[in-house]
Design a protein around this ligand. Structure first.
Ligand code: C2E
Ligand code: CA
Ligand code: CA
Length: 570
């Protein structure tokens, strides 16, 4: 690792053999010459005849100056004043100053005031002077070097490795709970790209300053492990939200027009038995979660959400292989027509199940469909299921002369695929079916999302002869305006109308009647789903609902079980 290696090199090795620069300050020319003679073979020498001249030189050359050899008694500005001014200025404070003295008391006084060593006048022991100067320079350079390796040069915050070590020290020295915090600048690359690297650096420096000030108040430490992330370790704090708001406000008030958005993840009261790196991984996991959600800039790590995230990742990476291994299985749930004397089998909905070998059981679609919808994998899965349904339908049509359609679910994501129509045609044609054999369930929220593109895709599908069923109708997304434009053939009433809570019966009944009336106006039949008991079934029949689907009539079942219903003709 770069930092570890560099720690063992002296700064001298890094700068090579370039000669270091000394400044000799003395009002007596003879003294300057003697000292210059003593040091001149090893150093590049500059001279000043009084404090004021020396100060000017130091201020202009502080980057290259390795040490100052200073006489105390001088006109204009004496040596002690120069020493004081140099130590007060951050730029010049690190330059070692060796003082030439004649008296013992003066030596102590000078050391107290910031000189790093002294040498006695007259200069009759050149070796001692050379050794003292060399030592002073080496000590300063080494300590400066440690600072360079330990601190990030841009912001002065700790670098990662040192930071982690200090965290461990904090655990040993400071009792009580600690928090690990990760702070990330949103789209920092964009900030750099839009406003330039210089501005980007300014942002980083400002944020570092604000964080350091904030965190030092409660004895915490900060580091910048990479370009746009900061890590904080601190004694446990309540009210992170308040701190985050303060941080956001301060950063933006200091930076003016460019809006900088920070995301913060907190792993509160860290488990001190796990290693430091893992603690900050958790803070970052929380931070990433805040990134996924535009309206949140702050998240806490919590074990269950972490497990959820891991599980999601597991399902996503297993999906393609599961598809190859044919682990996705189609279940069929019957739909019944209520308009006659007794319920008549009049359709089915295909519902996917994941028979996972790795998990050793059936995984319900609620666990993976939303994930696959988020990343587009759903389209592949749906094509697979539709092909399966079509293959099955071909067999059932031949064997049982089935005259009703089987419905498949179409995700919103599917409707955005430019190949959707071709794919569906392919499936229908390959299996020798007609468009009336497969119905498409499209959830109501799709209509709410509107966009002309989606509407025209759905319209095309319907015009080709597919029956379009609007799924989850009444779940709360669509506007009446949208519905009037939506090219649908069937309304599927959302299950929530049957999930009664005490006191809401009347409203739910009114809603059900309203939907049935509305469907009549639109001249489309209504299917009620989620019908779980006889009472509900009777009620639906009484109010004129056309079709039903639900556990009371039949659960989703494997193809061979559904085939038994076909055999029996009910
Ligand atoms: P959905 O399309 O609204 O499907 C109806 C859900 O209600 C199914 O859940 C079904 O098993 C369940 N259900 C049926 N009757 C009853 C009942 O009487 N009571 C109750 N409480 N529930 C009942 P499932 O199979 O878990 O599917 C959940 C959702 O996953 C589906 O909701 C659908 O949005 C999605 N999904 C399922 N299969 C597929 C698929 O192949 N492709 C796509 N894109 N989505 C699918
Ligand atoms: Ca459905
Ligand atoms: Ca539904």
């Amino acid at each position: 690792m770069e930092i570890e290696e560099r720690k063992f090199k002296s700064i001298g090795e890094i700068v090579g053999n370039a000669r270091r620069q000394l400044l000799i300050v003395d009002d007596e020319e003879i003294n300057r010459l003697i000292l210059g003679n003593i040091m001149g073979s090893q150093y590049q020498i500059a001279y000043a005849a009084n404090g004021a001249e020396a100060l000017k030189y130091v201020q202009e050359n502080y980057r290259n100056l390795s040490a100052v050899l200073l006489d105390l008694n001088m006109p204009k500005m004496d040596g002690r004043t120069l020493l004081k001014v140099m130590k007060e200025d951050q730029r010049t404070a690190r330059i070692p100053v060796l003082v030439a003295t004649g008296a013992k008391e003066e030596e102590v006084q000078c050391l107290r005031e910031g000189a790093c060593d002294f040498f006695a006048k007259p200069y009759d022991m050149p070796e001692v002077i050379r050794a003292r100067v060399a030592n002073a320079i080496k000590m300063t350079e080494d300590s400066h070097f440690i600072e360079v390796a330990e601190k990030d040069p841009l912001t002065g915050l700790y670098v990662r490795d040192f930071f982690y070590r200090y965290c461990e020290q904090m655990d040993r020295k400071i009792e009580g709970e600690k928090d690990a915090v990760a702070v990330d600048i949103d789209h920092f690359k964009l900030v750099n790209g839009l406003y330039g690297k210089e501005f980007g650096d300014k942002v980083l420096i400002k944020i570092a300053e604000i964080l350091a000030n904030m965190v030092h108040q409660y004895d915490g430490i900060v580091c910048r492990p990479n370009a746009d992330t900061f890590l904080i370790y601190q004694p446990h704090q309540e009210d992170h939200e308040k701190h985050v708001a303060y941080l956001d406000e301060t950063v933006n008030s200091l930076l003016g027009s460019a809006h900088i958005h920070l995301r913060v993840g907190v792993y509160e009261c860290v488990d001190q038995t796990i290693d430091v790196v893992t603690r900050f991984d958790r803070a970052r996991i929380a931070c990433d979660k805040a990134k996924d959600n535009y309206s949140r800039s702050f998240e806490m790590y919590n074990e269950s959400s972490h497990r959820q995230q891991l599980e999601a990742q597991k399902y996503i990476s297993a999906m393609e292989e599961a598809l190859k291994q044919r682990e996705f299985i189609t279940y069929y749930q019957p739909k019944y027509d209520l308009t006659g004397d007794k319920p008549r089998l009049a359709g089915a909905e295909a519902l996917v199940r994941w028979q996972s070998r790795a998990e050793g059981g059936l995984i319900a679609p609620g666990k993976f469909i939303p994930l696959f919808e988020q990343n587009g994998l759903i389209y592949k899965l749906d094509l697979y299921i539709w092909e399966e349904v079509a293959r099955q339908m071909k067999i059932w049509k031949q064997k049982y002369a089935v005259d009703f359609p089987i419905s498949v679910n179409v995700s919103r994501v599917d409707l955005y695929s430019p190949h959707l129509l071709n794919e569906i045609h392919g499936i229908i044609d390959r299996n020798g079916l007609s468009y009336r054999d497969i119905a498409l369930e499209i959830t109501e929220s799709v209509c709410a999302a509107d966009t002309e593109t989606i509407l025209s895709v759905v319209r095309n599908l319907r015009d080709e002869g597919f029956r379009i069923e609007m799924d989850d109708f009444g779940s709360g997304y669509s506007s009446l305006n949208m519905l009037s434009k939506m090219p649908i053939n069937v309304l599927k009433m959302d299950m929530k109308f049957f999930q009664r809570k005490a006191g809401n019966d009347e409203i739910m009944d009114a809603m059900i009647r309203l939907i049935i009336d509305f469907a009549k106006v639109m001249k489309v039949p209504v299917i009620a789903e989620g019908v779980e008991d006889k009472e509900q079934a009777d009620y639906l029949k009484a109010v004129g609902c056309d079709m039903v689907q639900g556990y009371y009539f039949g659960r989703p079942m494997p193809a061979d079980e559904f085939e038994k219903l076909l055999q029996q003709g009910c």
